[in-house]
Design a binder for this molecule. Structure first.
Ligand code: ASP
Length: 314
């Protein structure tokens, strides 16, 4: 895989991740230093699925680097409605833009699309697959709040369809984190992901649970996710698990006082609003970190003089 496409977090080494996080911290401290770096750059946004944070923070990031975006807009108003293939759409839009950001409901769509274009393509979420730029801002927020060394993290909710979970779990193997996965049985991590994680981390740091209670006191970070209703083939199956694994102030009474609560957002009912005002809540900060992190990523991917680097295993 070329390093100037960003498709999964599996392709990133610890060194590559640290390059991005360090650069994002530099930008965060002084965004004006990079305000003109991409004055002539246009980023193509192709979102075949709803998005608020990812799309708007990519747009903000590109504009804060001095560039601009061209946006395909909604699927309903594009030629996709006339039956155009994804391969044709990306080949057309790469002629208008210097880089592409793609979100698509089908797992594997970004890998396929990247094979048709020469400009850097960033996967902004492919179905239940991966969401590597979310992972970068998750890691950035974890590093700021709890540190990435000796980390014990609980990842809870829809681990089957949650693409942010898959990307984060792979990335965390670079840091030998102790990862506790908490979900109902029907929403456990896909077996192939568990297998990969065991391979990458000798299985030592990976544990699965059906209850938060037993692990909560040991956690530095609790990463809560939404049940991905739109990915359930059967609404009845969704109803069976809807509303499970909610946290409120009572739940957190048993937590470590230093616990950081994260969520990729949007939340439905997984985190009670009363937690927002506590020192545990870092999910809005996490969403805001999307801008400096995506500025760093875009600059690294779109500049001739910079590279993310690191080893690729794909
Ligand atoms: N915004 C995240 C995603 O696109 C998380 C979610 O939708 O639950 O995957």
């Amino acid at each position: 895989m070329r390093h100037d496409h960003l498709i999964t977090s599996k392709q990133l080494s610890r060194g590559a991740i640290e390059t991005v996080l360090d650069y994002a911290a530099e930008i965060d401290a002084d965004p004006s230093a990079v305000a003109d770096r991409h004055a002539d750059t246009l980023l193509g946004l192709l979102f075949f699925e709803p998005s608020t944070r990812t799309k708007m923070s990519f747009e903000t990031a590109m504009k804060r680097l001095g560039g601009d975006v061209v946006d395909m807009g909604s699927v309903d108003s594009s030629s996709v409605k006339k039956g155009e293939t994804l391969a044709d759409t990306v080949r057309v839009i790469e002629g208008y833009a210097d880089g592409l950001v793609l979100r698509h409901p089908k797992q594997g769509a970004a890998t396929m699309a990247s094979e048709f274009v020469d400009v850097p393509l960033v996967n902004a979420g492919d179905g239940a697959g991966h969401h590597p730029t979310q992972t970068m801002l998750d890691l950035y927020t974890i590093r700021e709040n709890a540190g990435l060394d000796d980390l014990t993290i609980g990842i809870m909710g829809d681990l089957k369809y949650g693409r942010t979970v898959h990307s984060l779990a792979y990335a965390l193997t670079n840091f030998d984190a102790q990862q506790h996965f908490i979900s109902p049985e029907s929403l456990q991590l896909p077996r192939e992901v568990v297998y990969d994680l065991h391979q990458q981390q000798d299985g030592t740091g990976i544990k699965e649970h059906d209850s938060l209670e037993e692990v909560l006191p040991s956690l530095d970070v609790l990463y809560v996710t939404r049940i991905q209703r739109e990915r359930f083939p059967d609404e009845n199956e969704y109803q069976k698990v809807a509303g499970e694994y909610q946290i409120d102030a009572d739940t957190l009474a048993a937590a470590n006082d230093e616990l950081t609560v994260l969520h990729p957002l949007p939340r439905v009912d997984e985190i009670a609003p009363e937690i927002d005002e506590t020192h545990h809540a870092a999910y809005f900060e996490q969403a805001h970190n999307g801008v400096p992190v995506r500025m760093a990523l875009l600059d690294l991917l779109l500049s001739d003089d910079k590279r993310i680097g690191g080893d690729s295993d794909e």
